[in-house]
Design a protein. Structure first.
Length: 94
């Protein structure tokens, strides 16, 4: 569980970086309305809020690490972030 939660944090940082790069290059826009508003305020606001929210979620999963729902949720998040990372890496070049 610990490795999955660390992976979620790492993949979240990668998602933020890839998203910012794509927005700066004009290839994408932030799809989440709340995060888009944070991004319009300032890049560091966007990054800070994203990392705070992700960290809170990971902390909640860690506190419930022995519960089946938390275990399944962690796998779902790893899979989702992994798919998103693949999309960031190849999605715009297809």
């Amino acid at each position: 569980m610990k490795t999955r939660l660390l992976l979620i944090l790492v993949l979240s940082v990668m998602d933020a970086w890839f998203t910012l790069q794509a927005i700066q290059d004009g290839r994408a826009r932030e799809a989440n309305p709340l995060m888009n508003r944070m991004l319009m305020h300032h890049t560091w606001t966007f990054i800070s809020i994203k990392m705070i929210l992700t960290s809170l979620g990971v902390t909640l999963l860690w506190l419930r690490k022995d519960h089946q729902l938390a275990i399944r949720a962690s796998w779902l998040l790893v899979g989702s972030y992994f798919a998103l990372t693949i999309y960031h890496l190849v999605g715009w070049s297809v």
